[in-house]
Design a protein around this ligand. Sequence first.
Ligand code: ADP
Ligand code: MG
Length: 250
Amino acid sequence: MNNQQETTPVLAVQHLKKVFGKNEVLKDIDEAVENGQVICLIGPSGAGKSTFLRCLNMLDQPTSGAVIFEGDDLTKLDEKHLDQMREQMGMVFQSFNLFPHKTVLENIKLAPMKVKGVAESAATADAHRLLQQVGLDDKADAFPASLSGGQQQRAAIARALAMNPKVMLFDEPTSALDPEMVGEVLKVMQDLAKAGMTMVVVTHEMGFARTVADKVWFMADGYIQESATPTDFFDHPQTERAKDFLAKIL
Ligand code: ADP
Ligand code: MG
């Protein structure tokens, strides 16, 4: 509508710092995610990518700095308000974390009913819609253990979407999968991106980063060393650190 709205980020960090004991994992990070943007966060193992993602929804408490989500500094909120904000951020982990004693459908319905008070009929209808979206509606009544890893991860994505989040955070969603299942999960994520979802994705899938990301953030040594379009980053990395990283993985 107006300029102000277009440029207000959904999610931003300011001078974000996270220290574990003497280990300065995140040193001073300033970044912003605009509405509808897909960010791929890449970097070497141990760089702090998971810690960064966990600071975004305050699963890890930042040592200092601000995490601004929809205009609120999450580091200043009490637990009750923080929980309300967290409901608007979907998170998908490497391990799928589905409830093993519940069917796929029940896994998806649970939070909307319990946390948001959605009526069962509406939650069920929405869960079926989401299962169709991730190509799993025929597995609605199956238990997680009977599904393949790729199917479980797609169910986990559907479960996160059931809360109607404003942003989705993915932490290496395909790293635990057998290679033949990686594509089906990336396809669901790509469709989600095309539909306009705002996403921050930690990934080692460089093909996905190249084709789906609006921006690549390269993290190393406690900083986002580069923030660039995929073409700029992959074809013209600026820092020695990034050149070195890309030389090892490509
Ligand atoms: P990445 O996801 O990029 O591989 P992580 O964010 O998992 O990196 O870890 C970054 C650093 O932070 C590592 O040195 C790790 O040992 C440390 N770290 C992460 N979580 C904790 C924790 N809960 N307690 C202590 N150190 C941690
Ligand atoms: Mg990690």
